[in-house]
Every structure is written in structure tokens, then in C-alpha cells.
Write a protein that binds this ligand. Sequence first.
Ligand SMILES: Cc1cc2nc3c(=O)[nH]c(=O)nc-3n(C[C@H](O)[C@H](O)[C@H](O)COP(=O)(O)OP(=O)(O)OC[C@H]3O[C@@H](n4cnc5c(N)ncnc54)[C@H](O)[C@@H]3O)c2cc1C
Length: 384
Amino acid sequence: MLDCIIIGAGPAGSGAAYHLAKRGRSVLVLEREALPRYKACAGGISPQIATWYDFSFEPVISQRVDRIGFTWKLGDPVEAIIDTPEPMWMVKREVFDHYLVQQAQHQGAVIQDQTTVTGASFQGDHWQVKTATTTHIARYVIAADGCNSAMAKALGLHHRRPRTSLTLELPITLPPDQARYSHFEFGLIKNGYVWYFPKADRLTFNAATMVGGAAKDLQSPLFEYVRHFGFDPALGTLHPSQFSLWDGHHPLQGRQGLLVGDAAGLADPFSTEGVRPAMLSGLRAAETLDRALNGEPDRSPTALAAYTAALREDWNNDMVWASRIAGLFYRVTNFGYQIGVKRPSARARMGKILCGDLRYQDVSTRALKLLGSKLIPGSTPPKG
Ligand SMILES: Cc1cc2nc3c(=O)[nH]c(=O)nc-3n(C[C@H](O)[C@H](O)[C@H](O)COP(=O)(O)OP(=O)(O)OC[C@H]3O[C@@H](n4cnc5c(N)ncnc54)[C@H](O)[C@@H]3O)c2cc1C
């Protein structure tokens, strides 16, 4: 009988495995893909994650970004300097995620890749987790199986419909003066955006819609964007991808089981940032299960409610504000661009939020007032 089985070896699963194994718990991580695995993702990471993990991330930081450019329909350009103690980190997810797996292994977690979990059932006081060849048993399970989480369903918890996105990896090494620069374009896609983040040996271009229905065609605007910078999209590798966004407060605990990362729907609905909350949830899940394993007699679904409460306090309460801002910004993107991006103070704050130096709730009252003024007939935006 294991203490915990974790389904999925992304940052949420490895983060939880690291902190549980470090506390002396027996942990098995089951991962469908062969490791290291590619993950379609822009790879922009807030340096705040370093406060929750006691090892260095330096070996897997491919690039640092401290300048962001913005355009509306490829025109009207502005730029922001990210004025934070540490710039935004750029990582290649296959490298970053594998490094986390190795950190968890060093602590004693067992990782089994190329192993798909095909089912899980609760057996009175423990979980049976099935793969094609074996059945494993554990006191607790952690669902870290991403935005299509089957384990969330097995736990009887909220399941969301993922959104679709497109990523193009271009093998390009930028000269040093351009390598610390990223870019966002807001007018080419209705209800969303296209953007690129640089890595040491490639540029990662992405396209996604953030509100409303799925876009019929993400590829044409993505390719137009790539060509705008003088690159040939045919030289890149295209990856259709999926993501889920935070969509409200929901219980993240079930019977002797927890949801983490995308399986818990934690990604920022304004920016798609999901790695930071994935790694935070891994830590909080490990802390909660460690306490439960220390002899809490109550094994009811509500026994683990402290986990949902902790994440609400640390992350999800701020997502309420991110969601409100996104709901307005991405519906009136032209106006959002004028007041949320072109105003120097607003775009400087955006950089700080991405780095974890500022919370949405610190800027939301004014941002919502400005954005709302567009939607309320007859009202004018406040000055300044
Ligand atoms: C286009 C795009 C751009 C993004 N850009 C950023 C960004 O710049 N910064 C950022 O912070 N976030 C970004 N995100 C979001 C980020 O990628 C996710 O939030 C993050 O990967 C969530 O981590 P996770 O560990 O929860 O899930 P994942 O990384 O998805 O890992 C889940 C793992 O579970 C495994 N799995 C699934 N089912 C099973 C099964 N049945 N059995 C065994 N294993 C299974 C999968 O193979 C996978 O390895 C982006 C997402 C997209 C789509």
C-alpha cells in the first residue's frame, strides 16, 4: 500500500511528488508519455516558483525576458520594461518538466513513464489505480493529469471543457539584444491573442482565444504574425494544443484525493499562465496529504477541504479578478488595448503581474472601471 499515487508527471504532479517524497512518503507517479515529453506551451514562467522549492532552477532557464512589445493588428506598437528584481523566465517545457521529475526522483519518488492510467476506483479506505498491466493501491491519489483530467471525473469533481490553441516552434537563435524580448498581438484574433516567447535556440509562437466559442481558424492569424517578423512558418513545427482556464471556485478535494494544476483548472484566465499555480498546488497538496497521513482519523471527502481553502487564499481569490478583467478585456480588445496596454502605467503593471510581483486584486478596481466604461452606454473612462 503506497501513501500516494500521482497521475501525470507535468509540473503539478512532479511538484507534489517532490514535496511528498521529501517528507518521507512513498509516492508513485504514473505518466502516459515517454519522458522527457514535449508539451505545447509558450514557456514563460514566473520566478516566484523559486520561493516554493529549495533547489535551483538555473539549469533549466533557457532565457530571461525583461522587455515586452505589444501591437494591435500588427500596428500601433508600444513596449514595456519588466521592472522587477528578477525578469520572467523562459523554459523549454520538455527540459524544465524533466528536471522537476528528476528532482522528485532524487527525493525518492518512483516515476513510471509510458504508463497510462486506464481507471481508478475507491475501495472503502484506499484507491485502486489501473494501468494496462498492473493495479496499484494507495491511500491517496493526486490527479495531475492535465486539462482533460479523467481522474477528476473519477473523484466526482468539476470537469471543464478545454479550449484549443496552436503553437509553432521555430528553430531560430536571436542576437543577444533581441533575445530578452517577447511580444503580444491583440487585434489579429477575435477574443484572444497571438504571442511569442524566446528560448536560447527557438521562438515559440502561440495563438489562443480566451473567451467565447472556439476560433474557426487559428492558423492563418498565427502564420500572418510569424511572417510579420520576417520568418517563414513552413520552417517551424506546428502543435495543436489544449488548455483550461480558471472558471470559478470549486472543491478541489474528493474522497482521499486531490486535484492539482490544470486538472484543478487553475490557469490564469487573463494570461493562460498555468505552471506557477501548478507548482503551488503541488506543494499545497503535499502539505495537506502529509498532515492527513500523520494520523487524521477523518477520511471523509471534507477532511481534505483545507487544501481547497489554502489554494483559494493563495491563488484562486486573485483569479476572480483576473477572470473579471479578462471577461471585459477580450470582448472589447480594441478598447482594452487603448486603456490596458497603451497606458504606460497599465502595461508596466502587466509585466509585474506576470512575474508574480503584483496581484490582479491590486489593480482591478481601476482596470474594471476603465474597461466597464466602454460597455456602459454614455459613460466615459476616468482620466489618467
Ligand atoms: C499554447 C499554450 C501556451 C501556454 N503558455 C504558458 C506560459 O507561457 N506559462 C505558463 O505558466 N503556462 C502556460 N500554459 C499553461 C501550462 O502549459 C499548463 O497550465 C501546465 O502545463 C499545467 O501543468 P500540469 O502539470 O497541471 O499539466 P500538464 O503539464 O498538462 O501535465 C499533465 C500530464 O499528465 C499526463 N497524463 C494525462 N492523462 C494521463 C493518464 N491517463 N495516465 C498517465 N498520465 C496521464 C500527460 O501526459 C501529461 O504529461 C500554456 C498552455 C498552452 C496550451
